[in-house]
Design a binder for this molecule. Structure first.
Ligand code: GDG
Length: 470
């Protein structure tokens, strides 16, 4: 039987004791690896003085993981550099924040080579390799160059940008070409598939077939949208836990009858936090009668602190939250509770449940799992309202949410108003539609659909031969 090998930048299977902090994605991948006696390969997160290429094998929560240490220079050039200062802002439509540095390109190529060289001896003849996300786009090409004929798939968790945006990246053609070493390239949305096909057809003069094949660079690959979901069943269990119940009760008490708007995000410029705060300011300014009757709780856990753009954002949000609270607070009311510390998964579940409105308003997002978690946490008899950005991948399916343009303060402010005054009947109708989608399209379905498709893919060698003959 074939074994599944998952490769990602970081490896984080749920430990036997730490389930409360593990994300749904990690749990779903871990379950697949346990079922397939598979392997999870990636960077340990540690740096060493001198790279050795040694891996440490461990079993965490029943999953075999293989961890590689990198050098500090790798971390700077590959992770903080090309991945988070070049690709992340570019793929989230922020060319103004992109750094193009040759050393980043070199670091990215070097680490992908290191991953390939170290992974190579671990791959058995029937294994299926599944590479995750933008850190490792060229990995299949590196593996193929070393003779790997196995099926290799790639899944991009973030958006694929429009071709005019991608064109601003030096060597964009090389990056796109490297994706043609995979058998299957998965995206979050149909929009992303279209953006990639558009680039291949217009910039590379490739051919897109209606059945989802793309032919270019003398190769043929399968391209498809696999919208990711949450582990809905596990989330429902978490919601019933003692700690979730405790946090739910605690929040209700702390609300003192006030409505709560909730945002939960990594502190990242793609999440639209500044725009959300500004829209909340507009809401407060336009609706003085609502003062003291509601507040916004924004949980924004710090992320990528070593990157300047993130420090700048943190400073701007500190200022903005101070300004809003300074302008509107009373001795008995603070309109914005801005919290940077992380919470456990079960605690978050309880917090979600007590929120009257879930504000998920990224400027760009591959999918956004917070939108799905918020829906999954609601009381079916009295559900809250999801306000969702049109630019989140989740908006492609979650049509019953109040869909907004997060760049318009007025639009967002009005959506908040509409959500707060929505009758119970309409809230229930919208929530039922949303919850149905969250349950049906969960992370297990995402994973199974992807692995099934990859396992069924015609191996690269055979396809390339066919193309060459025609
Ligand atoms: C990338 C793509 C895509 C947040 N604060 C805490 C906490 N979280 C958890 C949430 C949620 C996860 O982090 C965030 O997921 P998102 O999907 O919103 O966003 P990214 O981290 O940017 O993820 C995204 C995703 O990959 C999957 O493909 O949807 O578009 O950008 O699960 O609950 N978890 C805990 N404490 C916190 O304080 N425990």
């Amino acid at each position: 039987m074939s074994r599944l090998i998952v490769v990602s930048n970081r490896v984080n299977p749920p430990s036997d004791t730490g389930v409360a902090t593990a994300g749904g994605l990690a749990m779903a991948l871990a379950a697949a690896l346990r079922d397939n006696k598979g392997l999870w390969f990636g960077w340990s997160g540690q740096t060493v003085e001198q790279y050795t290429g040694q891996i440490s094998m461990q079993v965490v929560g029943g999953v075999t993981v293989a961890l590689l240490d990198l050098e500090a220079q790798d971390q700077n050039e590959y992770y903080n550099g090309y991945a988070n200062r070049t690709l992340w802002p570019l793929f989230h439509y922020r060319p103004d924040l992109v750094s193009y540095e040759r050393s980043f390109d070199e670091g990215y190529a070097r680490v992908n080579t290191r991953f390939a060289e170290t992974l190579l001896p671990l791959i058995g003849p029937d294994d299926v390799v599944w590479v995750q996300d933008y850190h490792l786009i060229p990995l299949a090409r590196e593996l193929r160059a070393r003779g790997v004929k196995n099926r290799i798939g790639f899944f991009l968790h973030i958006p694929w940008p429009a071709r005019r945006i991608l064109n601003t990246l030096p060597h964009h053609d090389d990056l796109a070409q490297s994706l043609f070493s995979y058998d299957l390239v998965g995206f979050q949305t149909e929009d992303d598939v279209d953006a990639f096909s558009d680039y291949i057809v217009h910039d590379v003069h490739g051919v897109a077939s209606p059945d989802g094949r793309l032919d270019a660079y003398g190769k043929s690959i399968r391209v498809k949208a696999f919208p990711i979901g949450i582990d809905a069943e596990d989330f429902a269990e978490t919601l019933k836990s003692e700690r979730a119940t405790l946090f739910h009760r605690m929040m209700i008490k702390s609300q003192r009858g006030r409505k709560m708007l909730l945002g939960v995000d990594r502190l990242d410029y793609s999440k639209g936090l500044e725009e959300r705060f500004n829209a909340f300011d507009t809401f407060l300014s336009n609706n003085p009668e609502m003062h003291e009757h509601l507040f916004l709780l924004q949980i924004a856990t710090r992320s990528r602190d070593e990157v300047d753009a993130y420090q700048d954002l943190r400073n701007r949000l500190d200022n903005l939250s101070g300004k809003i609270n300074g302008a509107y607070s009373t001795v008995d009311w603070v309109p914005l509770r801005y919290v940077n510390r992380p919470y456990r998964r079960d605690e978050l579940a309880g917090i979600y449940r007590s929120a009257d409105i879930g504000l998920v308003t990224p400027l760009r997002d591959g999918m956004n799992l917070v939108a799905k978690e918020y829906v999954a946490a609601q009381d079916p008899n009295n559900p809250g309202v999801l306000v969702l950005s049109q630019f989140a991948g989740a908006a492609e399916h979650m049509k019953e949410a109040l869909i907004v343009n997060p760049l318009s303060r007025e639009d967002l402010s009005e959506a908040i108003h509409r959500g707060l005054s929505m009758p119970l009947k309409e809230r229930k109708r919208r929530w039922e539609g949303l919850y149905d989608d969250v349950k049906r399209n969960d992370v297990t379905r995402w994973r199974d659909a992807y692995v099934r498709e990859l396992t069924a893919a015609v191996p690269a060698e055979v396809r390339t031969g066919e193309l060459a003959e025609t």
